[in-house]
Design a protein around this ligand. Structure first.
Ligand code: SF4
Length: 257
C-alpha cells in the first residue's frame, strides 16, 4: 500500500491515473474512493453541483470516511432550490460545502459587454459567461489540490463516454476521478431513494441535469438528460468548460504534459 503522505512514493501522476483507471473497473464506488485516498498524496477536492449523482457521491464519500474537501461553484444564477439543498445537505451530513464565487469586476464587465442574458445570443457569449462564472472559480477551488473528484457518468452524453474513470489533467497537474463513471442514472436514483439522500425537488419536475436557472429546462420523458442544458446549442459538444483542458480536449487517463 503506498504511503499517502510520502510524495517520493507517488508514481508519476499520469501513470498513476492509468493504473487507477484499470483498478477502478473491478471496484465499487466506496472502494474506489478509499483507493484514491490511499494512492494520491495531497488534498482531494470534490466539486459538487448538488445534482443527483453529486448528492449520491457526497453520501458515499461520507460513508467511506475519507478526507475530502467539499466545494461548489455559486455562479450567481443558480435556482433557489439549489441553495436550499446546499444548506440541507450541510445539515444532513454535518459538513461544510465551501462556496466559490465569480470575480465581481469580471461579472460586471461581462454583463456590460454581453447583457445580463447574453449567453442566449450564441456559443461564444455562453462560453464567456461560463468562463467567468464557473471556470475561473473552479481554478481557485482546485488550487493546491492533488486530486479532483467529480460525479461525471459515461451515459450523460456522447462527449462524456470518451472520458475515463480516472484521468490526468496536465493543465491543472492533478488527477481527476469519476467514481460513478459506470453507474446509470436509474441505479443512482435507486440508491438515493433507498438511503434517503437529500435531492433537488426540481428532479421530480423533469429537471434531470440542473445547472444555472436560465440555462436549464425540464426535459420530456425519453429525452436525453442533458437535453435540458443549453438546449439552443449543438447537442454533441455542449460542455461548460469545467471538464475540458484549456485547448478544448477531454481529460483522459493516458493524457500527460
Ligand atoms: S450555465 Fe448559463 S448562466 Fe451559468 S455560467 Fe454558463 S452561460 Fe452563464
Amino acid at each position: 500500500m503506498p504511503n499517502p503522505t510520502d510524495p517520493n512514493q507517488a508514481k508519476p501522476r499520469h501513470a498513476l491515473a492509468v493504473s487507477l483507471n484499470t483498478a477502478f473497473q473491478s471496484l465499487d464506488p466506496i472502494e474506489r474512493l478509499i483507493l484514491l485516498r490511499h494512492s494520491v498524496p495531497g488534498p482531494l477536492v470534490f466539486t459538487t453541483s448538488l445534482g443527483l449523482e453529486d448528492q449520491v457521491l457526497t453520501h458515499l464519500i461520507i460513508r467511506s470516511g475519507i478526507d475530502v474537501r467539499f466545494v461548489t461553484l455559486d455562479t450567481g444564477r443558480l435556482f433557489p432550490e439549489t441553495h436550499a439543498l446546499w444548506a440541507a445537505t450541510e445539515r444532513h451530513y454535518g459538513i461544510r460545502i465551501e462556496g466559490f464565487y465569480p470575480d465581481a469586476a469580471a461579472v460586471e464587465a461581462l454583463v456590460d459587454t454581453n447583457g445580463i442574458n447574453g449567453f442566449y445570443t450564441g456559443k461564444p457569449a455562453r462560453q464567456a459567461c461560463c468562463a467567468v462564472r464557473k471556470v475561473a472559480p473552479l481554478a481557485r477551488a482546485l488550487h493546491g489540490a492533488a486530486g479532483w473528484i467529480t460525479g461525471l457518468r459515461a451515459d450523460q452524453s456522447a462527449t462524456r463516454q470518451e472520458m475515463d474513470f480516472v484521468g490526468f489533467d496536465p493543465a491543472r497537474q492533478l488527477l481527476k476521478a469519476n467514481p460513478l463513471f459506470d453507474w446509470s442514472r436509474n441505479r443512482i436514483a435507486t440508491l438515493a431513494a433507498d438511503e434517503q439522500v437529500p435531492v433537488n425537488p426540481l428532479h421530480e419536475r423533469g429537471f434531470l441535469s440542473i445547472g444555472c436557472a436560465p440555462c436549464t429546462r425540464a426535459v420530456a420523458p425519453g429525452e436525453p438528460e442533458r437535453a435540458g442544458r443549453w438546449w439552443w446549442e449543438d447537442e454533441q459538444t455542449k460542455e461548460c468548460g469545467l471538464h475540458l483542458s484549456p485547448d478544448g480536449r477531454l481529460i483522459r487517463a493516458g493524457a500527460h504534459a
